[in-house]
Design a protein around this ligand. Structure first.
Ligand code: AKG
Length: 277
């Protein structure tokens, strides 16, 4: 493992609940990911929107997305926070096109995922410029230390599954924008208050969010959950191990994805009044 983060950055993560920016991919890598993502969006035939179940754990369908979730530089940084034994529990694209009203309300991820620990890190990898104008993610530094009530709004333009929103007003002075260039990533804590505004720029704002957990974490909502071991060993076996996709949308990858995602949606929608998928 190489040290991607300085000691100061690791301490900052513990204090503020996030670190940014971290360089990961070069321009050529990002160009190739964007081309493949474009193909994926066209294939879905939903006016190019990456909606619903195909946007849950797409790394189980797309070998190039699987390559991102296993990228050594991302895992080295995550290992400095979570330790050596790491599962990828989920992934999701957050794509906002120009003129799109899509936004993400202020929320804490940990309230909905049923995981037994707050040792959960999201790597948010920018595939296009993520700026204040294009609706980059905003966070409230230090907010990860408390859990607050949420309400489910089911608002159409809200990109979250239930339109979940914290019952706390965040003032503009508290919010910190996470500005990223394509190929850079941020890391954020599962309990940090975060959200984003619509894209007012003339280019898409696309991020790939990857959720990592150490192997000691368990799923507490519903039956056994699954995840993919991406580094180290798993002596706990709390999660069924997912397989890497052999080919894009192969029959085997599709079959596994169908089964795994149904289970994950049941967890994400546990107690919800309706489902968006
Ligand atoms: O991409 C965004 O604007 C929000 C991402 C997010 O909510 C997350 O990664 O948990």
């Amino acid at each position: 493992m190489s040290q991607v983060l300085s000691d100061e950055q690791v301490q900052r993560y513990a204090r503020d609940g996030y670190i940014s920016p971290i360089d990961v991919f070069n321009e050529q890598d990002v160009g190739s990911f964007n081309e493949k993502l474009q193909r994926f969006r066209q294939r879905l035939d939903l006016n190019g929107k990456i909606a619903g179940r195909y946007n849950q754990k797409p790394h189980l369908l797309l070998p190039w997305a699987n390559q991102i979730v296993r990228h050594p530089r991302i895992l080295d940084a995550v290992e400095q926070i979570l330790g050596p034994n790491i599962l990828c529990w989920a992934s999701q694209f957050f794509a906002k096109d120009p003129g799109d009203n899509a936004y993400v309300s202020w929320h804490q991820d940990g309230n909905y995922w049923g995981l037994s620990s707050v040792d959960v890190v999201t790597a948010w990898v920018a595939l296009t410029p993520s700026t204040i104008e294009s609706g980059c993610m905003n966070v409230v530094p230090g907010s990860q230390v408390r859990r607050v009530e949420h309400t489910d709004t089911y608002s159409d333009d809200n990109m979250l599954s239930r339109g979940q929103e914290i019952a706390v007003t965040v003032s503009p002075e508290e919010a910190k924008p996470i500005v990223l260039q394509p190929g850079q990533m941020s890391l954020h804590h599962v309990m940090i208050f975060h959200g984003s505004e619509p894209n007012r720029a003339d280019h898409p704002r696309v991020g790939f969010a990857i959720r990592y957990v150490p192997t000691h974490v368990r799923q507490t909502a519903g039956d056994k959950d699954s995840a993919m071991l991406v580094r180290g060993v798993d002596t706990y076996h709390h999660f069924e191990h997912e397989r890497e996709p052999d080919e894009e949308f192969s029959d085997a990858a599709m079959a596994q994805h169908r089964q795994v995602v149904e289970r994950q949606l049941a967890i994400l929608y546990a107690g919800a009044k309706k489902r968006k998928d």
